[in-house]
Design a binder for this molecule. Structure first.
Ligand code: PLP
Length: 398
């Protein structure tokens, strides 16, 4: 029997998707499942993007340039200028989603065995990308009690070794919803410059900030021209997850030239989806205003409803559309599976993402779940009432 690689065996399964078979079985039994587990927004894709595809008269669906089409990159640079991020089209590589941008970033800056420090909990697929790249994630713990704020910079400093290549942050955070302040990015800027590290910032949720707070990009005025790498994506911004378009942005020419070689190896990002993504850049501001109001209301309702449950600890998200919640249960993984396999309230149940998979330290987050507030408000209220009833029954019987 031919053998699978050790790397393949070590690839983690997605904590977001691993309960899918149980959800499918519940649906087969006639139970309605509210999906709070995955960041697939229910928001409509902007009409300009969909029309650009419908009205296209393209005759040959050819490869584009490996770094993405020039017109598209020029327009992305204009988008960044509006967000006070000063980059040119040459400093952008269009990728197949933010996912590929993360792979290119790791591939460009780290050799097998090198280390990247990441505040945990973090976007679970960072585990997969680092395994695929042979990179070791070194976690620094952020705590629900602190609302997942940046851990003290001394904690990062303790973890820096000769193998450390970068610090990776997600801002606003998935799964935490935390939005780093200017002071926090300044602290990170000082440390990455002191130790000559890269600062990779996953800013795919840049627009999703609430409470009139300004998003701080690592390419604002922090003097990080040599150090900063931005990971970006159209997936959430325009509710275009299926387009599979993102980008890697850096003012460091060595990073761009190296990432370009990875981009050349896979030839081209999706051509058709670049057409839609380019058109999406003309989305009127009113679209975002409505979407942000909707998410803010969802967040407020979710938190209000969660606080009605005894023994629960919920973070207060300031951005993105996720919330980490600590439950009064022995094990959130078991509870999440139980909700799908054994529980329903009036023929309805919920699917949540157990949060342990968002940590890389064994044993952390075992009582926590991540809720994605990507459902309409009425459904969120129902979903939380199901969790509440589920907790009461689970703790009686388990
Ligand atoms: C924080 C974060 N980064 C990157 C991605 C990758 O997104 P995509 O590959 O769809 O652009 C996601 C998707 O959920 C995410 O939440």
């Amino acid at each position: 029997m031919p053998r699978i690689s050790t790397k393949g065996k070590n690839m983690p399964e997605s904590p977001i998707r691993k309960l899918v078979p149980y959800a499918e079985n519940a649906k087969k039994r006639g139970i309605e499942v509210f999906h709070l587990n995955i960041g697939q927004p229910d928001i409509k894709t902007p009409a300009v993007a969909l029309e650009a595809i419908k009205n296209n008269t393209i005759k040959v669906l050819a490869y584009s340039r490996s770094e993405g089409s020039e017109e598209y990159r020029k327009k992305i640079a204009e988008y960044y200028a509006k967000n006070n991020i000063d980059v040119t089209a040459d400093e952008i590589i269009v990728t197949t989603g933010g996912s590929e941008a993360l792979l290119f970033a790791m591939g460009s800056i780290a050799d097998p065995g090198d280390e990247i420090i990441i505040p945990e909990p973090f976007y679970a697929n960072y585990n997969g990308f680092s395994t695929a790249s042979g990179v070791k994630i070194v976690p620094v713990v952020s705590k629900i009690e602190d609302n997942f704020a940046l851990p003290p910079i001394s904690e990062f400093e303790k973890l820096i070794t000769s193998k450390t290549k970068a610090i990776l942050i997600c801002n606003p955070g998935n799964p935490t919803g935390y939005l780093y302040s200017k002071e926090e990015i300044e602290k990170l800027a000082i440390i990455v410059k002191k130790y000559d590290l890269f600062l990779i910032a996953d800013e795919v949720y840049r627009e999703f900030v609430y409470d009139n707070v300004q998003h701080q990009s690592v390419l604002h005025n922090f003097g990080l021209e040599n150090n900063a790498i931005i990971i970006d994506s159209v997936s959430k911004r325009y509710s275009m997850c299926g387009a599979r378009i993102g980008c890697l942005v850096s003012k460091n020419k060595d990073v761009i030239n190296t990432a370009l070689k990875f981009a050349q190896a896979r030839l081209s990002p999706p051509t058709f989806a670049q057409i839609a993504s380019e058109a999406a850049l003309a989305t009127p501001q009113s679209y975002f205003e409505e979407v942000i109001v909707e998410y803010k209301e969802r967040r407020d309702i979710l938190i209000e409803e969660l606080h009605k449950i005894k023994g629960i600890k919920a973070a207060s998200p300031k951005g993105a559309f996720y919330c980490v919640v600590e439950l009064p249960v022995d094990n959130a993984d078991k509870f999440a599976q139980w909700l799908l396999e054994e529980f329903n309230l009036d023929n309805q149940t919920v699917m949540v993402a157990p949060a342990a998979g968002f940590y890389s330290t064994q044993g952390f987050g075992t009582k926590q779940i991540r809720i994605a507030y990507v459902l309409k408000k009425e459904d969120l209220i129902t979903a939380v009432s199901i969790i509440k009833a589920g907790l009461e029954q689970y703790n009686k019987t388990n």
